[in-house]
Design a protein around this ligand. Structure first.
Ligand SMILES: [Zn+2]
Ligand SMILES: [Zn+2]
Length: 358
């Protein structure tokens, strides 16, 4: 099969490799779609947190990347009971690695499992026609409802980007109708967050540097879009446009954006961080006085626990949410290096999704 491997940081090579073999407790899936997430880009660049995670979870170069995976079960080991051949499954990007046996997994938080498995980091991922799901993670595979099978690009991004957005908007920020919700950075996660917050009845404000991304935010239900230039006073821009916000969700991991957004959160408001940081800017200079004086709740959101997909699918099934504007372009495995190059210049508006593997 053809596969896109990260052979050294900054370089993806497409090679012919063997289809993985599975043991009696593993599952082989035929990948239908795999998104190109900003965290893949971070690993591709060699940013510290992702390289650390890869090494901690046993991955090493060369590795087949890709962690926003939806696929069809092709083969199951003889001891696998929870999925069957032919079923469509989402592989949650942050899956239990211990068959849901740690304290976090047992509390419904398999996305922060003690033995977290992320495809394309710990073992080979979804930028290939077939992918093996290791035995500790098989229990976390999520079956796709029949009516959603056609939506393969949406399902791919549900694995990470949209899952993260759902976690941030619904579970962590607990957005209510009528609340003012600021979303900074409208890439895959941010655009999904716009759609989900808007669907929840919030007044959504999207902020980004990319004009095209903001247009997509509008299509997804943003009430106001704010285009910022590098070095601009973000807090002032938000305050001038809408005043203080009830909720801020930062998907950028950019320290200036994060602090700028935090300073616009009202007393008693909430802020959720879901963006990862880049080499050379690895910490957020936290204005702790504002957090204390305003009693702001600060939370992190890492992808989505497998146990929560039933609610996410419920939202998708209701049919009043259209995620097409989150998808920037469908590409082949051959185009992944180009996609990363484009992402380095922040030219893409939304997600690249790999849908061609041969
Ligand atoms: Zn991701
Ligand atoms: Zn666990």
């Amino acid at each position: 099969m053809k596969a896109a491997l990260l052979t050294e940081f900054g370089k993806v090579e497409v090679r012919d490799v063997d289809v993985p073999e599975i043991n009696e407790k593993e599952v082989l899936i035929e990948v239908q779609a795999c998104g190109v997430c900003r965290s893949d880009w971070h690993l591709w660049r060699g940013d510290p947190s992702l390289v650390m995670y890869m090494e901690w979870s046993g991955g090493k170069l060369p590795i087949i990347m890709g962690h926003e995976v939806v696929g069809i079960v092709k083969e199951t080991g003889s001891e696998v009971k929870n999925v069957k051949e032919g079923e469509m499954v989402v592989v949650p990007a942050s899956s239990s690695g211990d068959s849901r046996s740690c304290t976090f997994c047992m509390n419904g938080l398999s996305n922060i499992c003690e033995h977290l498995w992320i495809p394309g980091f710990g073992t080979d991922g979804g930028y290939a026609q077939y992918m093996k799901v290791p035995e500790g993670s098989v229990s976390d595979l999520v079956k796709v409802p029949e009516k959603l099978r056609e939506r393969k690009t949406w399902l791919a991004i549900a694995g990470c980007g949209m899952g993260t957005a759902f976690n941030a908007v619904v579970d962590k920020a607990q957005v209510k109708p009528g609340e003012k919700v600021l979303i900074t950075g409208v890439g895959g996660v941010g655009l999904s967050a716009v759609a989900i917050a808007s669907n929840a009845g919030a007044e959504v404000i999207a902020l980004d540097v990319n004009e095209e991304a903001l247009k997509r935010a509008n299509l997804l239900g943003a009430d106001k879009t704010l285009r910022v230039e590098k070095g601009e006073d973000i807090t002032q821009k938000i305050m001038d446009a809408v005043g203080m916000v009830d909720v801020a969700i930062d998907t950028t991991g950019n320290p200036d954006v994060g602090v700028g957004a935090l300073m616009a959160v009202r007393p008693g408001g909430r802020m959720v961080l879901s963006g990862l940081m880049v080499k050379g800017a690895e910490t957020l200079p936290l204005p702790a006085d504002a957090v204390v004086a305003r009693e702001i709740s600060l939370k992190g959101a890492l992808m989505l626990a497998s146990q929560r997909y039933i609610t996410l699918f419920g939202m998708m099934l209701k049919g009043d949410i259209n995620l097409d504007p989150v998808i920037y372009r469908e590409i082949s495995v051959e185009e992944i290096q180009n996609a990363f190059n484009e992402m380095s210049e922040f030219r893409n508006a939304g997600r690249f999704v790999v849908t061609e593997f041969e």
